[in-house]
Design a protein around this ligand. Structure first.
Ligand code: NAD
Length: 523
C-alpha cells in the first residue's frame, strides 16, 4: 500500500553574522514547490523570449536605474546579512551589478544576434550558414553567501537577457538578499513567473538540480560542485561550475614591496578573506621576503575589525562559527608544523563568535593545510622562493586553478610568467578586481570549475548554439548524393587532389573532377 510521506520543509534562519540578530525565519522550498516554480517558469519563458533582446534590455535598463536609486538600502541589507563592510557592499556587490547591466545593455544585442558563418569548403559553396543562439528555457542558479548579490544578479541578468526564465536558489545564509534581487527584477518589469527565488538549503538545491531546468549555473564549494556534477551527468544536464580557489600571489624579485604588500593585505582580507578570488597563498622572492613580511604585518595591524555597518570597519565578521573553526584549524595546523604567526591568529571573542583577526603567517610549506585547502578566511600565508621556476611549480602545485596574481615592475616579465600558470585568470599587479570587469570571463580550471560567467563568454553559456544552413540552389541535387559508381569515385579522388595535392598536380585534377557538379546519374 502506498504511503503518503510528507517531508517537512527545511527551516532557515537568516542572521546578522556581526550581531547574531535574527533577521527573518523561513520555511525552505520543498521539492514539490521547486518543481512548481520551474514549471511556471517554463510556461512563461516562450513569451519572454518572444519579447526580443531589445525589449528585454529595456527592462534591464530599468533594473539598473532602480538599483542605482536603492543602492544604499541594498548595500545595507547585504552588510546586515553577509557581514562585509558597507563600502564593500557598494563596491563589490552593487557596483558590480550596475556594471554587469551596463555591459548587457551595450552588448547583448550584438552578441546574441544571428552570426553569419563564412566557410571555405569548395564543395559547400552554395550554402549560407549562420549560428543562432537559442535560450535554454529555464536556467537554474544556485549561489553562495559570500557575494550574495553580485554573483546571482550578474548571472541572472545574462540568463534573462538571452531569453531564459530563471529559478534562483540563494544560499540559506543570505535568502533575504536573494529575495531582494527578485523584488528589484519584478519592479523593473521582469514577469513574476520569469524570475523565481526558491529559498532553502542543500535539499532545495538538490531539488532544483533535479528539476526540469535546461541548464544549471552553480557557484559554491568544490565538494558541492562535484555532487552537482554527478547529478547532472546522470541526465546530461549542462552545467557551469564556479567553484573554490586557492589563489597564489607571486611576488617577483623586482616587485615594489610597498605596493605588493598593500595588494596582499587587501587581497587576503577583503570580505574577511571569504572571496573565491582572495589571496590564499603568497610566494615572495627570498630577497624581498623579510621586508615584505614586515610591511604586511605593519599594515595588517592597522586594520580595524568590527561590524560592517561602522564606516571605520575594514574587516567584518566571518559568516558563521563553522567557517571560523575551519580558519582556526588551518592556522593551528600551520603552527604545529612550524609556521610563525606574525599577527592575529586568535579569534576575537570579545567582538562576537564570528570574528577572526586578519592574520599573517610566515614560513609556511605545502605540507600544511593552509597551503593546500581553501581557508576562506582572513589569513595571509607567506612562503619564500628562490627561482621563478620554483615559484611557478609551487603556484601550480594545487588542485585548484581559479585565479593568480603576479607582482613585478616589469609587465612583460609578469605576463610571461602568467602564461605558465594554471588558472582561469591571472592579474599582473592587482588581485580580485578582475571580478569587477564585466567584459572579463570569470571561471576556473582544474577543481575550480567548468565554464565561464561574465562577459561575452558568460553570455554564451546562457544559450544553445544552433547552426542554420540554407542552400542557395534549392533546385539542384547535391553532387555527393546517390548514386555512387566507379566514375563518381574517380571524380571524388580528383576533387580531393584538386584541393590538397601538391600544387603541380592540381591543374590535372581540376580537369578530372570537372564533371562532379553536373553528373547526371543522381537518384
Ligand atoms: P556551498 O557549496 O556550501 O553552497 C553553495 C550553494 O549550494 C548554497 O546555496 C547551498 O545551499 C547549495 N548546496 C549545498 N549543498 C548542495 C547540494 N548537495 N545540492 C545542491 N545545492 C547545494 O558553498 P558556500 O559555502 O555557500 O560558498 C563558499 C564556496 O563558494 C567557496 O568554496 C568559494 O570559493 C566558492 N565560490 C566560488 C566562486 C566562483 O566564482 N568560483 C564565487 C564565490 C564563491
Amino acid at each position: 500500500m502506498a504511503t503518503d510521506i510528507k517531508i517537512a520543509p527545511p527551516r532557515l534562519t537568516s542572521r546578522n553574522p556581526a550581531t547574531g540578530e535574527v533577521l527573518r525565519e523561513f520555511e525552505g522550498a520543498t521539492e514539490t514547490e521547486v518543481a512548481a516554480a520551474v514549471c511556471r517558469a517554463r510556461a512563461a519563458q516562450p513569451q519572454w523570449n518572444e519579447l526580443g533582446v531589445q525589449r528585454r534590455i529595456g527592462i534591464l535598463r530599468r533594473l539598473q536605474q532602480l538599483l542605482h536609486q536603492n543602492k544604499s538600502q541594498i548595500a545595507q541589507l547585504i552588510t546586515h546579512e553577509a557581514g562585509k563592510p558597507y563600502v564593500e557592499s557598494l563596491t563589490t556587490e552593487v557596483l558590480v551589478v550596475l556594471d554587469a547591466a551596463r555591459f548587457l545593455i551595450e552588448n547583448a544585442n550584438r552578441f546574441l544576434r544571428d552570426e553569419p558563418l563564412a566557410h571555405g569548403n569548395l564543395a559547400m559553396k552554395t550554402k549560407a550558414g549562420r549560428i543562432l543562439r537559442d535560450p535554454y528555457g529555464v536556467i537554474g542558479i544556485i549561489s553562495p553567501w559570500n557575494y550574495p548579490f553580485s554573483i546571482p544578479a550578474s548571472q541572472s541578468l545574462a540568463a534573462l537577457a538571452a531569453g531564459n526564465a530563471v529559478v534562483l536558489k540563494p544560499s540559506e545564509f543570505t535568502s533575504l538578499v536573494g529575495l531582494e534581487l527578485a523584488s528589484l527584477l519584478h519592479q523593473a518589469g521582469v514577469p513574476k513567473d520569469v524570475f523565481h527565488v526558491v529559498v532553502g538549503d542543500a535539499s532545495t538545491g538538490t531539488a532544483l538540480a533535479g528539476s526540469e531546468i535546461g541548464k544549471l549555473i552553480f557557484t559554491g564549494s568544490v565538494a558541492t560542485g562535484k555532487r552537482i556534477a554527478q547529478l547532472a551527468a546522470a541526465r546530461l544536464l549542462p552545467v557551469v561550475l564556479e567553484l573554490g580557489g586557492k589563489d597564489p600571489m607571486l611576488v617577483l624579485d623586482d616587485a615594489d614591496v610597498e605596493v605588493a604588500s598593500s595588494g596582499a593585505v587587501w587581497g587576503a582580507f577583503v570580505n574577511a578573506g571569504q572571496a573565491c578570488l582572495s589571496v590564499e597563498r603568497c610566494y615572495v622572492h627570498r630577497s624581498l621576503y623579510e621586508p615584505f613580511l614586515e610591511a604586511c604585518v605593519s599594515k595588517t595591524k592597522r586594520l580595524r575589525v568590527g561590524n560592517g555597518m561602522s564606516p571605520d570597519t575594514d574587516v567584518g565578521p566571518l559568516i558563521s562559527e563553522r567557517q571560523l573553526r575551519i580558519v582556526e584549524s588551518h592556522v593551528a595546523d600551520a603552527r604545529a608544523l612550524g609556521a610563525r604567526v606574525l599577527t592575529g591568529g586568535t579569534p576575537l571573542r570579545e567582538l562576537g563568535p564570528n570574528f577572526y583577526p586578519p592574520t599573517v603567517v610566515a614560513d609556511v610549506t605545502h605540507d600544511m593545510r593552509i597551503m593546500r585547502e581553501e581557508t576562506f578566511g582572513p589569513v595571509l600565508p607567506v612562503m619564500p622562493f628562490d627561482t621563478v621556476d620554483e615559484e611557478i611549480r609551487l603556484a601550480n602545485d594545487s588542485e585548484y586553478g581559479l585565479a593568480a596574481s603576479i607582482w613585478t615592475r616589469d609587465r612583460q616579465r609578469g605576463e610571461a610568467v602568467a602564461r605558465r600558470l594554471q588558472a582561469g585568470t591571472v592579474m599582473v599587479n592587482d588581485v580580485v578586481s578582475c571580478y569587477g570587469i564585466s567584459e572579463a570571463p570569470h571561471g576556473g580550471v582544474k577543481s575550480s570549475g567548468l565554464g565561464r560567467t561574465h562577459g561575452r563568454l558568460g553570455l554564451e553559456e546562457m544559450v544553445r548554439l544552433k547552426y542554420l544552413d540554407s542552400d542557395r540552389l534549392p533546385g539542384i541535387k547535391k553532387a555527393w548524393w546517390y548514386s555512387y559508381g566507379g566514375a563518381f569515385t574517380r571524380q571524388v579522388e580528383a576533387f580531393i587532389d584538386l584541393q590538397f595535392a601538391p600544387k603541380l598536380h592540381r591543374l590535372r585534377s581540376a580537369w578530372r573532377s570537372a564533371g562532379i557538379m553536373t553528373r547526371g546519374t543522381k537518384l
